[in-house]
Design a binder for this molecule. Structure first.
Ligand code: PGA
Length: 250
């Protein structure tokens, strides 16, 4: 398989940014999609801005950073999948290390959310990643298995796994990106367990994106910090389009 023939997906996880709806709209309006429509780009803004962004920027794809798996009931503070669907959102992110580490979500919680979202017809980006590099691969494989347990095979085409070593995420103190070789090695081990699309996340920017995308097993990226700069995010999308089959250079 040529390195350049693969479906690419770039996710932008805005986390708890920006502060105002006006800034969120500014950020969205600065994003330029690549000319080739072969690269998927999905943005995960704070939930409170989501409806407005879906309405005003329908050419972009929007997703929920989080939700609760029950459709309705006494779950104060939560947002449901039918609610996300009702405002035109078809994507969700589950299992991000912020949710796992800071909000105590377990693999079992992540699994419940992923299964519920896939059953509802959503596209899901499910993140897994080890906290420390040493001996981490076994830990990630175990986490992947538990997080994706009992997902029916017919739903796997809508599941993308983001391999995000926590030590490589820019918000982690002392972080540095994984090498593309390392990321690919872990992703290949994960792909042996579950054959879905894999993307890499952890300090990806426009300078290093190409080195990750050039790895055959890496089909895109989940971007945090660099997704908050429209020019930087657009440039990463452009770089990804070079690796898609419909690209003229492909
Ligand atoms: P980063 O974040 O790109 O800022 O390292 C990635 C993520 O947390 O998804």
């Amino acid at each position: 398989m040529s390195n350049k023939k693969k479906e690419m997906l770039i996710g932008g996880n805005w986390k708890l940014n920006p502060e105002t709806l006006a800034e969120a709209k500014d950020l969205a309006s600065g994003i330029t999609l690549p000319a080739s429509d072969g690269v998927g780009a999905v943005l995960f803004p704070p939930l409170v801005f989501l409806e407005e962004l879906v309405d005003e920027f329908p050419h972009l794809t929007w997703g929920g950073q989080d939700f609760y798996q029950e459709d309705a009931g006494a779950y104060t503070g939560e947002v449901s999948l039918p609610m996300l669907k009702s405002i035109g959102t078809g994507w969700v992110l589950v299992g991000h290390s912020d949710r796992r580490g800071k909000f105590n979500e377990t693999d079992e919680d992540v699994n419940k959310k992923a299964r519920a979202a896939l059953v509802e017809g959503f596209n899901v980006i499910l993140a897994v990643g080890e906290k420390r590099k040493e001996g981490g691969t076994e830990q990630v494989i175990a986490s992947l298995k538990a997080s994706t347990k009992d997902i029916p095979a017919e739903h796997l085409s809508r599941l993308t796994v983001a391999y995000e070593p926590v030590w490589a995420i820019s918000a982690t103190a002392g972080s540095k990106p994984a090498t593309p070789e390392y990321a690919e090695r872990v992703i290949r081990a994960l792909k042996n367990e579950l054959d879905v699309r894999y993307i890499y996340g952890g300090s990806v920017d426009s300078k290093n994106a190409k080195s990750f995308f050039a790895r055959p097993a890496i089909q895109g990226a989940l971007i945090g910090g660099a997704s908050l700069k429209a020019g930087e995010f657009s440039e990463i999308l452009r770089i990804a389009s070079d690796f898609h089959p419909s690209s003229s250079s492909g």
